[in-house]
Design a protein around this ligand. Sequence first.
Ligand SMILES: [Zn+2]
Length: 130
Amino acid sequence: MTRQWYPYRDKQRDQPRFFCAGCGEEQYSYDGEAVPGLCLECGRRARKREEDAMTLREMSVEYRAQVQVLRERIQELEQAQAASGDPGERSRLEGRIQLLTTIWRETRDQAVLLERYYERGYRRNGRYTI
Ligand SMILES: [Zn+2]
């Protein structure tokens, strides 16, 4: 019977399998659940980020729908205002149109922010933070 090869490996002499693209750490083994090219920790972070981005995209769809509803309502009020011969009524409608236009603009900005939140360098709209 021959003696088994000494089972312990010297980590320092092993070549790294790859370097993590996230943190640059040397990686010596793959984990089954790992994201390719990333260490376990960076992989978890990337997955969390992807889930968050998905949630924000879903929210942005709802904001877009709301933007459309507001847009249509504003157009209806503008038509009613144009058709009305009553100055008091026209003035009341004008106030309503201005209020809805403000809400419409903010909702649209919010939708854009949600859609682009994870785009590199997109922080132009400083009015909103999530
Ligand atoms: Zn890493």
